[in-house]
Design a protein around this ligand. Structure first.
Ligand code: BT5
Length: 276
């Protein structure tokens, strides 16, 4: 196995200088990059500031679930998107789109840079060959009624040791190394994802963005179940048709009608893998 390239603050700044981000911060170890980025956002850091960590000791998924980032094996980072950096986009109303932005950027990077058949499991997971290689956590931050911005957290499994072994996972997981001849250079992955993010951010409010996202949606045309947060008895089964204008999931229900679901309500499962 190829050894992971070491990183430090200066190297990271040099590596990313051409992207013209805001401030950049590298930490060998942190609780959650999203938490640190949220503190930074509150301190008025510039738009597109970035927190990158080698290891997370309290990485988070949605609804307080855990995200594992062991040292030396994965990518964990959070990009700060200030509200004023995306004119024309009502960030508060577009949270689903921002989860999609992170997932789509990872998909584009994995396809473009590594030729991997990456897909989005709506709304926030990235799958390669049906296994989860990355997750996205978009969190909005407010002062009263004023939206300061969004922290877009992304975790990507790079080397085989990044995949948690002794814990029950909610979906089959894998690392990029399992689909490539060599473990990829995670800093190359970071550069590719950030480039895609910067490009796609400009499109996030447009119809084109939804169709790009829809094009890489996993399980399209297949029977899926949306497991309700309020319990299995409220689960919905249907054929996954695509996305709504706001990035909600469109399903054809057994009675032939169509319905749209928002990301706050449900978890998506293909019909034969209801483990999550
Ligand atoms: C996610 O949540 O998939 C969002 C993960 C976002 C992580 C990034 S890392 C940088 C930033 N800082 C943070 O603290 N978070 C963000 P969700 O869809 O809720 O999935 C969480 C579930 O994924 C867990 O309950 C586990 O079952 C599973 N899981 C945890 N770690 C994993 C890993 N490394 N690979 C695959 N699955 C994992």
């Amino acid at each position: 196995m190829r050894k992971m390239q070491p990183m430090d603050q200066n190297r990271l700044e040099t590596l990313l200088a051409h992207l013209r981000l805001g401030k950049v911060r590298y930490l060998p170890r942190v609780g959650s990059t999203n938490d640190l980025a949220a503190e930074w956002l509150a301190q008025e850091c510039p738009d597109l500031s970035l927190v990158v960590a080698d290891e997370q000791t309290a990485g988070r998924g949605r609804s307080g679930r855990r995200w594992y980032t062991p040292p030396g094996a994965a990518l964990a980072f959070s990009l700060i998107l200030r509200a004023e950096g995306a004119p024309g986009v009502t960030m508060a109303e577009e949270m689903t789109r921002f989860s999609g932005l992170g997932a789509l950027a990872v998909v584009e990077a994995l396809r473009g840079e590594f030729g991997l058949p990456a897909m989005v499991k709506w709304p926030n997971d990235v799958l390669v060959k049906g296994r989860k290689v990355a997750g996205v956590l978009a969190e909005a931050h407010w002062i009263g009624e004023h939206l300061q911005g969004i922290v877009l957290g992304i975790g990507i499994n790079i080397a085989t040791q990044s995949v948690p072994q002794d814990v029950a996972l909610n979906y089959p997981a894998a690392s990029l190394a399992e689909f490539l001849p060599h473990t990829p250079d995670r800093w190359k992955v970071l550069q590719a994802v950030l480039s895609a993010l910067l490009r796609l951010r400009r499109l996030v409010g447009q119809a084109q963005f939804i169709s790009m996202w829809e094009d890489v949606l996993a399980f399209r045309g297949e029977k899926v179940v949306l497991v309700s947060r309020t319990g299995d008895e409220n689960s919905v089964t249907g054929i996954l048709l695509g996305l709504s204008e706001s990035g909600g999931l469109r399903l054809r229900l057994p009675d032939g009608t169509q319905s749209v679901f928002g990301q706050g309500e449900v978890y998506l499962r293909p019909i034969d893998k209801t483990a999550k």
